[in-house]
Design a protein around this ligand. Structure first.
Ligand code: PRP
Ligand code: URA
Length: 208
């Protein structure tokens, strides 16, 4: 796998993904699990965020500290990315939020863009793009294209399960975008679903 692809080995991530994969997991537990995996993957994806020194005052006196020097933007690919966004916001509530509406055409599996709402300025931000499923990689690659066309300079992708070829597709289309992923599965079925995957993430998130 490409050196810019980081597959989580964290026991909690693995255990929570097992719950997400389980077809008997309820909608409520699925939502909670998706949010929690978002929080845990954020730990890795934000590890390289810029920091600067600052002085804070504890109750006992001054203390040299480090604070973020970089604005963080969380970008969710609709719909399923909203589930991870919930966890990301818990980790860093100050972040600005971007919404990118893309669905896959069922017959061609090509991404179709239907909504884009980004913060005004994202040039100097670290943009964390979240979508739980990276199947062909087309939707994520298109979302990165949109972010770059609006000036984003630093982008990371974060997902729960990727298909091997989809991860490769995104990594080769955007070699400057690190990919943080919970698990990589071998293949897609004839309908473009990740095998074994977890099914349709949007439908499971929203109880469709
Ligand atoms: C799913 C998923 C990704 C996309 C992945 O969205 O959340 O956005 O498919 O597939 P790809 O890597 O082959 O592009 P979907 O099209 O089902 O839209 P939805 O979340 O609104 O249901
Ligand atoms: N989208 C999903 O929600 N699941 C898949 O397995 C592939 C695309």
């Amino acid at each position: 796998m490409n050196k810019n692809v980081f597959i989580s080995k964290h026991p909690l991530v693995l255990a929570k993904i097992a719950g997400l994969r389980d077809k008997n997991t309820s909608v409520a537990d699925f939502r909670r699990g998706m949010s929690e995996v978002g929080m845990l993957l954020a730990h890795d994806a934000l590890a390289n965020a810029g920091t600067k020194s600052a002085m804070v005052h504890t109750p006992l006196g001054p203390c040299k500290a480090r604070v973020l020097s970089q604005d963080i933007v969380f970008a969710a690919i609709l719909r399923a990315g909203l589930g991870m966004l919930d966890g990301l916001i818990k980790v860093h509530p100050q972040a600005r939020i971007a919404h990118i509406g893309i669905y896959r055409d069922e017959s061609t599996l090509k991404p179709v863009k239907y909504y884009v709402r980004l913060p005004d300025t994202i040039e100097n931000s670290l943009v964390i793009l979240a979508d739980p499923m990276l199947a062909t990689g087309g939707s994520a690659a298109e979302a990165v294209e949109i972010l770059k066309s609006r000036g984003a300079g630093r982008i990371c992708f974060m997902g729960v399960i990727g298909a091997r070829d989809g991860v490769k597709h995104l990594a080769s289309a955007h070699p400057d975008v690190p990919i943080y992923i919970g698990a990589v599965d071998e293949k897609l079925n004839d309908d473009g679903y990740i095998l074994p995957g977890l099914g349709d993430a949007g439908d499971r998130m929203f109880g469709c």
